[in-house]
Design a protein around this ligand. Structure first.
Ligand code: AMP
Length: 174
């Protein structure tokens, strides 16, 4: 089992990407290391297991990577939240604001049974916009959001403040 600091050492920081001022946390350098990746998911699973989720709901694209591995580890189902026009069956659509403009996320209307215990999972929590929009979709479908699980939390951005009232669990903090 690798320590959180050892996991952190495997995340590549790319300054000024995708634009000036952003310190991008590149997880590909963690993912390519089998022992480190397994260790990260095992530790996230230990943190999230007490929340007893029935399903994990994860936004594209890096949310899928973390969410599906975590769902497997917890024996939970896995539900993708996708950008506009990607899901084939009937969807519920939500708009959310980006720094410039807006974007759309969609979820299948029959993604989980109403009342299901849902854990929302993403790779990085920054402003919280993506997670908040995902929670909104889950709530509209009658899901019981039991928590939010993040591989990485950027504590220098007040993303957690937009998630007041929710159990927020993160493994690696900057
Ligand atoms: P936000 O909606 O602002 O919380 O942004 C979260 C989404 O943007 C996540 O899905 C991340 O993949 C990505 N993201 C935002 N900021 C960063 C960053 N500094 N490094 C890596 N990914 C980021």
């Amino acid at each position: 089992m690798l320590s959180v600091d050892e996991l952190k050492a495997r995340i590549r920081i790319v300054p000024d990407w995708p634009k000036p001022g952003i310190s991008f946390k590149d997880i590909t350098t963690l993912l390519r290391d089998g022992a480190a990746w397994r260790s990260a998911i095992d530790q996230m699973a230990a943190l999230c297991r007490p929340l007893r989720p029935d399903v994990i709901v994860a936004p594209e694209a890096r949310g899928f990577i973390v969410g599906s591995a975590l769902a497997y580890a917890l024996g939970a189902g896995c539900v993708p939240v996708r950008k506009r026009g990607k899901l084939p069956a009937e969807t519920l659509r939500g708009e959310y604001l980006l720094e410039y403009g807006a974007d759309v996320l969609e979820i299948h209307r029959d993604a989980f049974k109403p009342g299901s215990r849902v854990l929302v999972v993403d790779d990085v929590l920054a402003t919280g916009g993506t997670v908040t929009a995902t929670i909104d979709l889950v709530s509209q479908l009658g899901g019981n959001v039991v928590g939010v699980g993040l591989l990485i939390e950027l504590t220098y951005i007040p993303g957690r403040e937009s998630l007041k009232g929710y159990e927020v669990v993160s493994l690696i903090k900057y």
